[in-house]
Design a protein around this ligand. Structure first.
Ligand SMILES: [Zn+2]
Length: 157
């Protein structure tokens, strides 16, 4: 049996900005509205429930809230340099440089802040917040970058 949670319909969304060094257009700072989705595969327990929807939504929302209204930065980027300078974070790649207040920036443990890598991040973040029963066999998490396009990451348990 499969549980499906749609971030757009549930309001589990966030707005954030990023850039993709090396990409012809997306190497400029720009933003998206994102949504986080989840599919959970497993068998219902004795109460007829696969997993509590409220708990699932809470973990998805916490993951979205951490990135909401932030400048998302890839902490493991090979293409750009990230430096702390007092309360600022300086970022440079190619002939570009930016400086942001550190409170506006969320550094993620990723090489690139693409929808694909954000899906991996969201999957890890959501799984880290949930205590799943042995009845759950697979978790899939999707991150949409705007309505209609997104990437999914999955894990067999
Ligand atoms: Zn983008």
């Amino acid at each position: 049996m499969k549980l499906k949670l749609d971030g757009w319909q549930l309001g589990i969304t966030f707005s954030a900005c990023h850039f993709l060094p090396g990409h012809s257009k997306c190497n400029r700072l720009h933003g998206h509205n994102y949504a986080i989705h989840m599919h959970l595969t497993g068998e219902p327990d004795a109460n007829g429930i696969v997993h509590d929807f409220v708990e699932l939504k809470r973990s998805m929302k916490a993951t979205a809230d951490e990135m909401d209204h932030c400048v998302l930065m890839p902490g493991k980027s090979k293409a750009m340099k990230l430096e702390h300078n007092g309360t600022q974070i300086n970022v440079s790649f190619g002939d570009k440089s930016y400086s942001f207040p550190e409170g506006d920036v969320r550094i993620l443990d990723l090489e690139v802040v693409s929808a694909e890598m954000l899906a991996n991040h969201a999957l890890d973040s959501i799984l880290g917040r949930l205590k799943l029963g042995r009845n759950i066999t697979k978790v899939k998490v999707g991150v949409d970058e705007g309505n209609g396009q997104g990437a999914w990451a999955s894990r067999e348990l």
